[in-house]
Design a protein around this ligand. Sequence first.
Ligand code: ASP
Length: 656
Amino acid sequence: MRKRDLVSIADLTDREIEEIFQLADAMVDLNPIASHAKSCAGKIMATLFYEPSTRTRLSFESAMQRLGGSAISCPDMRSSSAAKGESIADTARVVSSYADVLVIRHYWDGAVQAMAEFADVPVVNAGDGSHEHPTQTLCDLYTLKKEKGNLKGLTVVICGDLKHGRTVHSLVYALARFGVHVVTLAANGMELPEYVIEKLQNEHHYSPLPLVSRDLQAVVEQPDAIYLTPNRPHQLALFTRVDEELQDDLSKMAPGLKFDAFYVTRKQKERLREPVAEGEASYPRIGDRFLKEKRFKDAVVMHPLPRVDELSPAVDKDRRGIYFKQAAYGVPVRMALLSFLMNDSASSHPAKKYLTVYRGPEGAISACANANCVTRTEPTSTDLRFEVLPPGSSETLNLRCFYCDHRFKVQLVGHVRSKRYCPYDRGLKEIVDGWLREGDLIVFDTIKQAEELGYEPYRTGPQRNLMDEAELRAAVKRISESIGRETEDRDSLVIVGIRTKGAFLARRIARELEKQWQRRFETREIEMYGSGGQPEMVLPEDPKLPAPDLHDREVILVDDVIHTGRTVRAALSLIFQSARPRSVRLAVLIDRGLRELPVKPDYVGKHIPSADRERVRVKLREVEQNERDKVVVYSIINADDSNQRSALSSNSEADS
Ligand code: ASP
């Protein structure tokens, strides 16, 4: 019989979650003479905790004993053989011969997945780094369902450290699956990670809408960003400008919503790599003001605990504070889960989580972009495995780490047998899929890495010039003039470029406007491949200059080429995470006219309808030394023959 692990909440189908809740209903009174009280007789559960725990470990141990089984425990794995340097793979192998089920908590994202692969018995994730905490989610959903009767249609506000809180990550996926509206109220700099938002969008068709709500501000101090996920998907993608209509829509939506629960979380101090910019005061807290607010009279308050100071003891005495009940349900819910996992019916596996898997070949050194991923620290217990996601923006191959779920983008792909590499382009999708199927794909972070492994660049097809230096200069001038004409308030203008080339174009536009108006303009930059593969706002190069605040500003977003529209969507979403600009207008040098999302640029240098397999490249002298400004189009494979071999042999200019 195939063993069944619970590493992610995605390992359980909705039906199985319901089934576990039914079992929990039968166990909730903890009756010692009920039939289930002997259902795990003779079974041993081992709890392996590499991080502190009160509730999770003790409620699991209590649950096992109430099912007639017993528990062996290592509450501080740092004092185990791990301290002598034992790999997590060896620990998992060994302990699985002592017990029938392992419950593991670890500080690395993905560590429990790695251990599950080496254990012969079911493994349960009791929290892995910032990644997931699926059994907490079972308790949370069970509590919410018990309180509210039904999950579908509820609105839950998730507050606090949404970036590092693993309970939040498992919970939002589950809430999405059960049709709950999620409003997120993050502390500044602690918004949901981009990989979680992407997963919500791609797998659960949830589309976050950034919203600053004055209404909630009345009860929770200084919220930075609120997302609403109404049943209208992909709304953000429809707007490149925050127009009146959207503003109206949002403000109507917020007061109309009935909030059913607030899920409060503590700041995960132990996971902060660098100090967060914002002071303590901006952390969302629930206290007296919340209790007095009429709109929240039916909103229950939940917390995975432990709390620090984000949840006032005043809520303890109020009927809406249900967090101790939530902790108490930990026992029946974990009893139900254990009997489910150790029962035959659990052997039918739910849908596969990962579809097209890429394994880095021997010698490939490209690692997961998440610094806390288990693959970074335990190469002997893991291998480089990624799911290849459908192509998003035009020039990157999107991968998802098999262990920690982080998504990241690579720009260079190679063919193992022929030892050639080239920049990825969505036009190459079919070819790269073929390489993947045949085990010939390799990905690189840098050209240096490819060349050190003995790879040489592919030859590309002939290039056509689409714009020369003078045309490019004229286009930038034209765009700047139109921006100038349409700017209502010069003081509020700020020009934001998407790195690399969009940022240089943004500076050129700013210079043109400065010439026109004889004054300085602020610019900012967005890095799409920031730390952990996430888009981020870059601080000004000159540390003496303050970063422009985008709130209530007229923003011009600049990129070199618009293709699918996804990059622009991601940049917009980043802007709205931190501010509510008065308007955002989009300027691009080239519009390729092959949009996947309905994003329409306001200023276009040139429309160049081009085929998907073609690469349009803007060359700017700031980036390409010794070259003049120009725009070229070329095909990386021979246009007449999509066979990859002809790509190998076509023979003009090398792409770098
Ligand atoms: N107990 C939960 C966890 O282990 C929540 C927390 O620690 O804040 O993730």
